[in-house]
Design a protein around this ligand. Sequence first.
Ligand code: TXA
Ligand code: MG
Length: 353
Amino acid sequence: TKVWQVMDGSNPEMLAEQLEEAAALLRAGELVAFPTETVYGLGADARNTKAVESIFKAKGRPSDNPLIVHIADERQLDELVLPYPELAGRLMKQLWPGPLTLVLPVHPEAVSPLVTAGLSTVGVRMPDHPAALALIQQSGCPVAAPSANRSGRPSPTLAEHVLEDLGGKISGVVDGGATGVGLESTVIELPDSNTIRVLRPGGITAEQLQNAAPEARIDAPAPTTSEVTEAPRSPGMKYTHYAPQGDLVIVQGDRAEAVRYIQEQVNGTRATELKTGVLTFDERTASFDADLVLTYGSEQHLEQAAHRLYAALRRFDAEGVQRIWAEGCSEEGIGLALMNRLAKAAGHQIVRL
Ligand code: TXA
Ligand code: MG
């Protein structure tokens, strides 16, 4: 697995030059991982069935979970999709490039049927990352790319995470340092001309969608704290995801009670010699005594918590932590996506105090 370092502050021409070999490999049907503003993606030419098949193999991904197609230019869209609602056009204009994936009617034969898992729709997005845009542009391909992790593990926010999971199995990785948002894109569909249905909360918040389309009705998933769970609408939402190897429990509710509860659990577990971990906020790191205490950053900055979540989950694995308690947070703004991923990572084990 080759690693191409992209230099900070490279302009588009320099990037094109640095990424020439990576782009040529994509064109030739090889797998190349690359940074986006959300997480690292594992890219392949979306039109090449053999290439797309090797994405599923490398990740160990179930074949009924469709892939997002990444583009660098609005003109690429015409070849990929059939006519779409005017609302979609407005959202793209305002929020692309950015962490928003639109599920649109797929143009027959535009991409390999493996990309859409046989559905009549395709998820498309234009990432807001100079190296991703340069790579896609230079390759000349629509680039199918799931997150570049082994299926079930936390998504990669560093090139090192990609190598940890897929080193030796893919042709290369473009190393652009840490990704920005740290959680995946928001996936939406438009069931009618005035409704935006959020299939997966992510980097674009419900508020941002509402601002981009003030008259639209936003149909967003219920917060994890509500007990009702619906049948998954997006195929990918039904699988175990983002999980560390240790057993993870989320603790929500009154902060003082949460501290007391978690510390009691840690103390009880220590008697069994299992390695314990706590994921908390800066405001309370000093309140815990466990084998490994990690922080999301300040509770006042949930963007930072989103940015750090996956790296923290991977760190617990690296240190062999077997029992982990993570403090939950507000589900406002990016908090909705954060709690969505955390709940999945915990297999929905949530203690409410
Ligand atoms: O931020 C992201 O979206 C990252 C970066 C690499 O772009 N990609 C990513 O891909 O998270 P992946 O494969 O890990 O997640 C794609 C999600 C899955 O939940 C999948 O089910 C959903 O998008 N999806 C893709 N195509 C779909 C479609 N046609 N209809 C409904 N859901 C779809
Ligand atoms: Mg993924």
